[in-house]
Design a protein around this ligand. Structure first.
Ligand code: ZN
Length: 255
């Protein structure tokens, strides 16, 4: 806490004035670009690695960057994530949703262990909200991952995207660069695209191409960031050689 208080004091003397000016600008002309879902991991600082600023993104963070599927909620029961989708995409009319997973994700490492029935038992879920959260809302990611595992990691997975008619194919880590848990993290990230599209209040926007869902993946070890290219059917590293093509793809498919 000491570090936080000293940090606030440094902020007061450095960034505060500029930020207040930016708050005024944003208030008068709000044009947020994206709703950004990512993991709560302390190494993930999305505004820094996307160089975005005040007013650019609505950021939602939780353990494992999950967006629960709409099937889990009846009547008014809900969690934060669908409410955040409504606040971002309906109330503020944001047109892009980004889900960003990462390597060495503690939630994904735990999810991988939850394949063990004893570890994921009802008694264990009752004493661990984290296990309960993952077992309930990331089971679909685990199921997809098991399909991949059974096929020896080479067969592509099929995900539903914005509408049931629009599916996309994904080869997961075809160069076999990442660990098993990191492959699961990539599958989980893509599974969230499907979960987001399950909400009725987004249906019309998704059907009429006014709202788009993207997936990013951050490699903690190298600092590289990958964009899921539907055209290439895989995560592509964003770098000097790929950025133009990826920008073209985004403009062509998602504008
Ligand atoms: Zn994480």
């Amino acid at each position: 806490m000491d570090r936080i208080l000293r940090g606030v004091m440094r902020y007061r003397h450095t960034d505060r004035k500029t930020m207040v000016e930016q708050f005024i600008q944003v208030k008068n002309n709000p044009v947020p670009k994206a709703v950004f879902f990512t993991c709560m991991d302390s190494r993930m600082i999305p505004t820094r690695f996307t160089e975005t600023n005040v007013g650019d993104m609505f950021v939602v963070r939780n353990a494992g960057n999950l967006i629960p599927h709409s099937q889990h909620f009846l009547d008014e029961y809900t969690t934060n994530e669908p409410a955040a989708l409504e606040l971002g995409c309906v109330v503020n009319d944001i047109r892009h949703i980004i889900v960003c997973g990462h390597s060495d994700c503690k939630a994904m490492n735990l999810l991988h262990k939850l394949r063990d029935e004893k570890f994921a038992s009802k008694d264990n879920r009752r004493i661990s909200p984290l296990r309960a959260w993952l077992c309930t809302h990331a089971q679909s990611s685990l199921d997809k991952f098991q399909q991949l595992e059974l096929a020896g990691y080479h067969t592509p997975l099929i995900f539903q995207s914005e509408t049931p008619m629009r599916k996309f194919i994904a080869y997961i880590d075809p160069d076999d660069r990442f660990s098993i848990e990191d492959k699961l993290s990539q599958v989980n990230c893509l599974q969230q695209v499907q979960n987001i599209a399950s909400y009725g209040f987004l249906k019309k926007r998704l059907e009429t191409h006014q709202l788009h869902i993207h997936a990013l993946w951050f490699d903690i070890y190298s600092g590289d960031i990958f964009f899921f290219s539907r055209q290439n059917k895989r995560f592509i590293e964003i770098n000097e050689n790929t950025v133009e093509k990826l920008t073209d793809e985004v403009n062509r498919y998602y504008s």
